[in-house]
Design a protein around this ligand. Structure first.
Ligand code: PEP
Length: 254
């Protein structure tokens, strides 16, 4: 009932030429997969060229962030309207690296999320606890706060424009993955929370992705969990073969 999504976050990697080469290599490897939505998130500078390279492949384009104003004196920022203008359908909001290194807060995530949705983008809204928060037993409290604050003013009628990515900070780029049980328990908590905040129907429709050192050899176990609907992939999305293997394995599990 929930179509799986595999999204690749390329972070601060790839020149325009490298990004186009990666797409040219990826397309033939995933062209016969139809049951999974595929999204790639290059750096801003490569969005236009990647959009052209994606052509009619069905692979969707995301940006890694956006600002909440449409235009104005905000040097260095990019608006939702500018992202749709270059062909983006999706945008990541609230990635833990933005929270950690660029002062992103639940309040700024809330503003960005609402602006992106109003700008007709689908938001991949990232949440997750740090190792200290998990070890002190605060995982659920942190996720509750992140979701409640970032979704303030968000309406259930916009649910088809929202995807949640649960990414434990301690698992991002570390080679450590949450166990299938840990991930499932947390995804089930998030879905239950959405059910309380909105409705059981909304909660049952929202896709919740797992992120944190996802690879071809752990995607199968993760996707076999009832509340995991796909993955947000960092490192392993930078090579066509490893990203395609994740897409194919996810599709095979469905
Ligand atoms: C990410 O950047 O969202 C991510 C999950 O990275 P990695 O797969 O490298 O842990």
């Amino acid at each position: 009932m929930r179509k799986p999504v595999i999204a690749g976050n390329w972070k601060l990697y790839n020149s325009t030429a490298e990004a186009v080469k990666l797409i040219d290599e990826l397309i033939p490897l995933v062209s016969d997969t139809a049951l999974t939505e595929i999204v790639v998130a290059p750096a801003f500078t490569a969005l236009s060229a990647v959009k052209k390279a994606l052509a009619d492949s069905g692979i969707q384009l995301a940006a890694q962030d956006c600002f909440w104003e449409e235009e104005g004196a905000y040097t260095g920022e990019v608006s939702p309207m500018m992202l749709t203008d270059v062909g983006c359908s999706h945008v990541l909001i609230g990635h833990s690296e933005r929270r950690q290194f660029f002062g992103e807060t639940d309040k700024t995530v809330n503003k960005k999320l609402k602006a992106a949705i109003a700008g007709r983008l689908t938001v991949i809204f990232c949440i997750g606890e740090t190792l200290a928060e998990r070890e002190s037993g605060n995982t659920f409290a942190v996720l509750r706060r992140q979701i409640a604050e970032a979704l303030t003013g968000f309406s259930e009628t916009e649910s088809d424009r929202l995807i949640i990515a649960y990414e434990p900070v301690w698992a991002i780029g570390t080679g450590k993955t949450a166990s299938e049980g840990q991930a499932q328990e947390t995804h089930a908590f998030i879905r239950q929370l959405l059910s309380e905040l909105y409705s059981p129907d909304m909660a049952s429709r929202i896709r919740i992705l797992y992120g944190g050192s996802v690879k071809a050899d752990n995607i199968g176990g993760l996707m076999s969990q009832p509340d995991i609907d796909g993955a947000l992939v960092g490192g392993a999305s930078l090579k066509a073969e490893s990203f395609a293997a994740i897409v194919r394995f996810a599709e095979f599990q469905e």
